[in-house]
Design a protein around this ligand. Structure first.
Ligand code: FSO
Ligand code: SF4
Length: 546
């Protein structure tokens, strides 16, 4: 069985994975994901017909965001679980059709995506072979359709996190339904798809604002925090991914049990939120970005909870201590499901931790973060003064993702080479390339300001807009801010589209441009937005400093 996937930065040979994913995804799982996307699109078509008559289905909207999120790189490697989800989607689609037909909605003449059925694994995998990325023959249309779908996957991830905290927005769902439907519309050429791509960025801003509201409304505004990177001697649980609600429940349930909790990867910024500071057993952050998890899980010794991507297929001997929840999945790993009240029972993980050794120390010291928008605004006078006096010459937005490609050492080198009067604004797991370097401070302002997770890139945009206002500029591109962004998976795609929507130009995107951009689509992005990729740290720095 073969596959085709080119959705992430590590796509094989820079063109696409065809036998097995570099990420570890096998062909059957890739097929199941293609089919899930097709199912989600079919459901969107049905919802669009309902919308014309003022009908909505929150259940189906939630199915769509969870379905899209499930197919994001490194979230779910479980073919059977994904096919089960497809079946649920088909059943839901037919149920809605039945109900809405009674309300006078007609589904006649809809695309096959809204009509097909399949039950057995064989039938579904056979169908999957006909509905993947390559089903769109024209390379430019394919490129734009996928660019939109990947943006929607990122949007869906953030929408799911917001929903978990009780926040959602009808307009975002409506846009997703419209955009998903459009990717099946053969009458749409490149121009309307380019317009839709830019509109995706608009809703990218909306969803990040919504998630920001959900996170800060629930857990307070992130504040400057020193996070311990060493260990204590208690048994412990490591929690990774991006979902703060999962973390909250884990912290509540571990309190007083003698089991400590540490964050890994993208969960690090949880330490910046006031609501989590009260937990004495919330010890610190263990390790680095997602791709180092094999070694770091080995030395951690305790159980690991995955709340979202990025997951590396675990070593056999680690499977027993890995728990997945939400959209994550891996065959053989234990699941933590939510009950009807939204509660997840982490007791089995806690009991498991008690039977295992405490984590082995791999480093000591602290790292500083918590520079989300409210904290930066609180320091605004100091920052503005530093810019006015020339103490800060330039800001470098270096948000995004980390990954295992060797060429990503560029980002460490670039950070090291930056002049001492420059400041890095970061978010996402890209920060691990330089957040442990001692880059010093400028009059008390650290030279690496970490806003949080990848979704908190929104904070960086707000910071830029605030500076634009303070300096009374008309164009955000007139600010002394340069953008050197690292990407890996589809959340970075929505962050990028959001920045483009906000008018940011001349972004450098690396370590390579997406495989899913056809030469013509890449040219459009270069011509309109000045997007380019990285070359050599020194050369790029000269260009950036003008
Ligand atoms: Fe990183 Fe992975 Fe947050 Fe991504 S852990 S790479 S953009 O999933 O989501 O930054
Ligand atoms: Fe390849 Fe990336 Fe797709 Fe995995 S997600 S199969 S690495 S392109």
């Amino acid at each position: 069985m073969s596959m085709f996937c080119y959705q992430c930065q590590e796509a094989a040979k820079g063109t696409g994975c065809t036998l097995k994913g570099v990420c570890g995804k096998d062909a059957p799982t890739s097929g199941a994901q293609d089919l899930l996307i097709y199912t989600v699109k079919g459901l969107a078509l049905v919802l669009r017909e309902g919308e014309r008559k003022g009908l909505r289905s929150p259940e189906a909207e939630h199915f769509i965001i969870k379905g899209l999120f499930t197919t994001i790189t490194n979230a779910n490697f479980d073919e059977d679980a994904i096919l089960e989800y497809v079946k649920e989607g088909l059943a839901l689609r037919e149920k809605i059709k039945g109900e809405w037909e009674k309300e006078g909605v007609s589904f006649a003449g809809l695309h096959d995506a809204a009509l097909w059925t399949g039950n057995s694994k064989e039938e579904m995998q056979k169908k999957a072979e006909t509905v993947g990325v390559l089903a769109t023959k024209d390379v430019n249309i394919r490129s734009l359709r996928e660019l939109i779908v990947y943006g929607l996957k990122g949007m869906a991830a953030y929408a799911v996190h917001a929903l978990n905290l009780g926040k959602e927005k009808k307009e975002i769902y409506s846009f997703m339904i419209k955009a998903l439907s459009a990717t099946l519309d053969d009458t749409l050429g490149t121009d309307p798809l380019i317009a839709l791509t830019l509109e995706t960025g608009k809703y990218g801003v909306e969803v990040m604002a919504l998630l920001d509201e959900a996170n800060t409304g629930t857990y307070g505004n992130p504040e400057i925090t020193k996070v311990n990177i060493g260990v204590r001697s208690n048994p412990a649980i490591l929690i990774t991914g991006h979902d703060l609600k999962d973390l909250e429940q884990l912290l509540e349930q571990t309190e007083g049990t003698g089991v400590d909790v540490y964050t890994h990867g993208e969960m690090l910024p949880a330490h910046y939120y006031p609501a989590f500071k009260k937990y004495k057993h919330f010890v610190g952050n263990y390790g680095n970005a997602w791709w180092k998890q094999k070694e770091e899980f080995e030395s951690f010794n305790g159980p690991i909870v995955f709340t979202t991507n990025c997951m590396v297929p675990p070593k056999k001997e680690h499977i027993d201590r890995i728990y997945t929840t939400g959209v994550t999945g891996y065959p053989g790993c234990k699941r933590i499901e939510e009950d009807e009240n939204g509660v997840k029972n982490f007791v089995p993980v806690i009991e498991h931790a008690k039977r295992l050794a405490p984590p082995q120390e791999i480093e000591t010291g602290t790292i500083v973060g918590g520079f989300a928008h409210a904290q930066v605004f609180a320091l605004a006078d100091k920052v503005v003064e530093a810019v006015k006096t020339g103490a800060i010459k330039k800001f470098f937005v270096m948000a995004g993702c980390d990954g295992r490609m060797k060429s990503r050492s560029y980002y460490t080198e670039f950070a090291q080479r930056l002049p001492k009067d420059t400041v890095i604004l970061t978010a996402g797991c890209a920060k691990y390339r330089y957040n442990k370097l001692d880059l010093g401070d400028i009059g008390g302002i650290p030279r690496v300001l970490d806003a949080g997770q990848c979704n908190d890139s929104y904070s960086l945009a707000l910071t830029a807009l605030k500076l634009k206002e303070v300096f009374e500029l008309n164009d955000v591109n007139d600010l002394p801010i340069a953008y050197n962004i690292a990407w890996y998976e589809q959340k970075a795609v929505i962050v990028l589209l959001a920045l483009l929507y906000l008018g940011v130009k001349n972004i450098k995107l690396g370590p390579t441009l997406p495989a899913f951009l056809s030469p013509d689509v890449a040219k459009v992005l270069t011509d309109i937005f000045g997007i380019s990729t990285i070359s050599d740290p020194e050369e790029d720095l000269v260009k950036f400093m003008g």
